[in-house]
Structure formats: C-alpha cells, structure tokens
Design a protein around this ligand. Structure first.
Ligand SMILES: Cc1cc2nc3c(=O)[nH]c(=O)nc-3n(C[C@H](O)[C@H](O)[C@H](O)COP(=O)(O)O)c2cc1C
Length: 305
C-alpha cells in the first residue's frame, strides 16, 4: 500500500500535514512557533495581535475545569508595531505562519494588514470570535455588517490567504459563515472558545478575575463537530476545525464532519508539541486501514448519511 498523502492546500496555503497550532496557546515568539512546526505541525497560528498593545486581565486568567480550561486572558499582546519588529528580526520565509488579528473596526484591520503585508507571512486568521473582551471578538462576530466590512477591508488591502475564525456564541452560525464567505473569506476556522464561567464554592466568588471566560478542550468537541458539519454543508470554502482535539480519532472526526485541516490548542498544555507526530501517525494508519490515499478523500464523508 502506498504511503497516504497527508498534505493539504487551503486556498493556496500549503501544509505538509493537516494539523495546525491554534491561536493563543503559545504566544507570538517566532522561536517557539518554529519549534512547534519542527515538532510536526503543518502550520502555526500566532496569538491574536491587535493594533495597540494590551496588558490583558488581572489573574486568575486561566482555570482547569472538567474537560478543559476556562480562560479570560483579555487579548494581551504587544501591538502590531512591536510584532512587526519580532517578524523582521526572525527568519520566517520557510515557516507556514498564520498571523491572527483582532480589532474593533475595519480600518484597524486594514492598517494592521498594510503594516504586515510586506513581511513573509503566508496567511491571516481574523479572530472575530473572542468570547470575553468587550468591543472585540464576539461583539464583532455576531454582527453580520461588521463581519462583512472587516473581511472586505482586509481583502482589499491584501492578496494573502484569509481565514476567518468564527464564534459558536451566536444564534445562527451558518448565516454568519455565509456572510464571511460572501465577503471574500478564503476559509473558515470553527470554533473559538465558548462563553462559560466557574465559581469557587468556598469564597462564593467567580474564579476568573473577568468572571466570564472561554471554555476550551475536550468538553467543546461535540459542539465544534456540529458547527463544522452544519457550516461545511452550507458553504463552498474550506473549513478548518478546532475545539477539543486530543487524539487522532478526534482529528478524523473533524475531517468526516467536513474539515480539511484541524487546529490543536488545549491539548498542547496537556501533552506538549510531541502530540503533533502522534496524531499524524494515527491519521496515516487510519487512512491505510481504510484504504484511502489522502486526507482529502475522507473530508465530509459523514454528509452522505
Ligand atoms: C489560553 C488560551 C488562549 C487563547 N487565545 C486565543 C487568541 O489569542 N486568539 C484566538 O483566536 N483564539 C484563542 N484561543 C482559542 C483557541 O485558539 C481555540 O479556538 C480554542 O481553545 C478551542 O480549541 P482547543 O479546545 O483545542 O483548545 C485561546 C485558547 C486558550 C486556551
């Protein structure tokens, strides 16, 4: 049996395998993103960058709960100017790097892209879905007009591949996904974390300083699978699945639901970057067992039923 083909291409963005590092889990240091790529990731996404620097929320910003983590980091980041300096002093031309951006206004996204575009970034991922920062993320991500204007503004400014990361914290995700597709998104990343909270029974206080945060990890996987399944039936552009992947079976489930690639986030905290090789091996063996030649061949197979 010939070796199955694990490589995927998402609207011109090529990856040697369909596994990506999800945004936020490892920050923006190009050195640490490169190490994850060397450990086996097909592509890496930076933590979300905004126009101005932000310190984020007070601690605690992260708490472990059954089935995952709850976080409210508050989009802490050094701002786009500082990030451009980090990029210019690093060698990135051989790195499948996706820069994640957040903002409140189309003009902010446009300005950030105009500063970044000359650097050797392969793609952008617009974070229109952070569940716990007022004025950004979900507030933008549930507003069809804001999504349309932001995606159009970025497409006007840049010819690079554009992923749009959407929130499950909306009434009708399919509708929002179609707006992003119509506005020019090249692919959709589904999903970001889900609004959630946790309370300390001794002190009666919400545990996170921000009270509300975003739930990630295995607890959200069935929700993410449902989102990928429904949205991939309704749009023509590729879907990148994200949410609760901890092993190769989870990755396969996302492909069957309709995703062409998957992102790993919380599992990196549990298992470190070696998980990429382990999941890759599992996917390869599965494809051989099922007599399939490539990942592409199994994308969306669950739609047949
Ligand atoms: C600590 C932490 C920080 C995150 N920061 C970001 C971020 O900056 N931008 C973003 O789009 N998503 C961010 N996310 C969401 C992840 O990229 C991912 O969508 C989510 O965690 C679900 O995937 P997972 O269950 O594999 O972690 C963050 C998640 C965690 C746990």
């Amino acid at each position: 049996m010939e070796e199955p083909n694990l490589s995927v291409e998402i609207s011109g963005f090529r990856m040697k395998n369909p596994l990506m590092l999800a945004s936020g889990v490892l920050g923006i240091s190009i050195g640490s993103l490169r190490r994850v790529h060397e450990a086996g990731a097909g592509a890496v996404v930076t933590k979300s960058i905004g126009y101005e620097p932000r310190v984020g929320y007070d601690n605690p910003t992260l708490v472990e709960v059954h089935g995952g983590y709850l976080n409210a980091i508050g989009l802490s980041n050094p701002g786009v100017k500082e990030f451009c300096k980090e990029l210019s002093r690093s060698k990135i031309d051989d790195l499948p790097l996706v820069v994640s951006l957040f903002g409140a206004e189309p003009s902010e996204f446009k300005d950030m892209v105009s500063m970044l575009d000359g650097l050797k970034i392969k793609a952008y991922e617009l974070n229109l879905s952070c569940p716990h920062v007022k004025g950004f993320g979900v507030e933008v991500g549930q507003d069809s007009r804001a999504i349309r204007e932001i995606v159009e503004a970025v497409k006007e400014e840049s010819g690079k591949t554009l992923f749009v990361k959407l929130s499950p914290n909306v009434t009708d995700m399919v509708k929002i996904a179609k707006v992003a597709e119509d506005a020019g998104a090249d692919a959709l990343t589904l999903i970001n974390t889900i609004r959630a909270m946790s309370i300390d029974t001794e002190t009666f206080r919400p545990i996170l300083a921000n009270k509300v945060g975003g739930l990630s990890g295995p607890a959200i996987k069935p929700i993410a699978i449902r989102c990928v399944y429904e949205v991939s039936k309704a749009v023509k552009i590729p879907i990148i699945g994200c949410g609760g992947v901890v092993d190769w079976q989870d990755a396969i489930e996302f492909f069957l639901a309709g995703a062409q690639a998957v992102q790993l986030g919380t599992v990196i905290a549990y298992r470190g970057p070696d998980i990429f090789e382990e999941i890759k091996r599992g996917i390869r063996n599965y494809l051989i067992t099922k007599g399939r030649k490539s990942v592409r061949e199994i994308v969306g197979l669950a739609h047949d039923f």
